[in-house]
Design a protein around this ligand. Sequence first.
Ligand code: FES
Length: 610
Amino acid sequence: TVLDPDPERTAQRSVRVPPGVTVFDSASWNGIAIDSTCGGHGTCHKCKVKVEGSTPITRHDVKTFTREQLDEGWRLACLVNATRDMAVDVPPLTTRPKAATVGVGRQVILRPAVQKRYVELDEPTLADQRTDLARLVGAIDDLELTPDLHLLRRLPTVLRQADFKVTAVVVDEALIDVEPGDTTKAAYAIAFDLGTTTVVATLLDVSTGTPVAVASMLNKQQPFGGDVITRISATMMDPEALGRLRSAAAETLATLATQVCTEGAVDPAQVYEVALAGNATMTALALGIDPEPLGVAPFIMSTAQPPDLLAMELGLDLHPRARVTLFPALGAYVGGDIVAGMLATGMDRDKRTRLFIDVGTNCEIVVSNGDRILSTAAPAGPAFEGGAIRCGMRAADGAIEVVKLGASEEQGVELGVIGDVEPKGLCGSGLVDAVAELVRVGLLDASGRYVADDVAKEIAPALADRLTMLGQERVFVLHRPTPDAEPEDCVVLSQRDVRELQFAKAAISTGWTLLLEELGLEHRDVQQVLLAGSFGSYLSAASAVRIGLVPKLPVLRIVAAGNVAGEGAKMALLSVRERAGAQALLEEVTYVELSDRADFNDRFVDQLGF
Ligand code: FES
């Protein structure tokens, strides 16, 4: 529940987050603002929320709350982990913040490109014949302003209708509009994470840094294929496809823009800026640029930095002069979404050795040692999205996302299913969990093969009967809809599924192993692993370690980073300095191409086992 002083506006939101994420991060990822000046580090004692049910009390809680408040459930949101279904009351913000918490604990001082200035101008007289524009510009002397034709068309009428009391709208020093009266409190922008599968929009109040509404939907380009390669191929086979893909992207963005404006009760004409973070292919398709060179060796982008454009050129019906700022890309497969992610995680500002992995069909990897930053891309294939997996599915209702194998008959197989419904299939995190658990109990050997029946009976008697044949293939039955269901009617993990996952994880671990070696580092030198993206954030850290998807480190060093591309886009809207930081990353990060390395195949084979 998000409480508001106006009882009419108290809103109830239900959100889903990976287990273990703090309530503070859960709220921030879902566009719910909680008071803070320390960015979730447990030092400002401002992030007060009321949690239903029994919740551990930390020493910081004891310092912040009275005994009664603690009994009522008041806690500091950044110190409460979401480990179960929770009801949390979030009070309204007490202060108008000058900084916002975005990304992975980043505090951003507000310096948005969108600025509004309310001015009361002297009316012209025969003695004061300054032009309307000179009169307006003269009243705002701290900014170098360049007027826009749209503004000039409106200026004479608006000034006179509003008795020369107006608000100037400035975006990056361009004077784009003038509005009657004082509208300084209505300054909005939309951050888009244009994903291949899912697109997320966050409407931001840039004057306070507060998210107003968040919406997401499947990318309408889905019918052209689930991944970037199939969409690029579609444009190569059909000359009409590029136009249709561009329209599908535009429709997706426009639908979400309407949705967030309606939900936030914001006039779309008061949205003055848009930031868009997408991979190189999604960006090219949204702009109508031929993506073919991205899909064939040597994988060349048309440009690393697409020019800024007007939102209307992307089909968005916002302020007619609303600008779109696009993130630069490092390579055909380390795109603007990853640059945005690096911004959100502060990869260039942390002295620690950190590994950033955005797990997906194309997996992007970044390693930083506080001095140098290297990045690469690893083609992991569709396994994590449920593709090429016998019972694979997207992370939707009915997908098994957590698997625990018990030692006893009663414990058997414990499944976590999205939506708490009858299991229908296995999503990426369920796949990783299932394999990790089967390795742990010994039903999969180090080479990834199911063990023989007699060995299974000996080491895991309670589970052995779940190992069976389906056609020519050995499978492990995860869920039987009825006790006597045939294997083909069950949710199973086949030997081939295990192989698919082995290839995917070997591609990724070869990537980070080689990057660490380039920096002269070993696995144990990594101080933090950030698992990003809609899939990566939901992975169980313990399972990721067990199968070797990430270095063998204590699980506390492995952090679910959330939708960092969207967070980076928000940062760019809230601060022109941060936006410049994203540009600087282009110079700071070295892109390493792995596919032409002579030792790649040998290293890949080394990484296949568990
Ligand atoms: Fe500062 Fe929680 S955000 S103490």
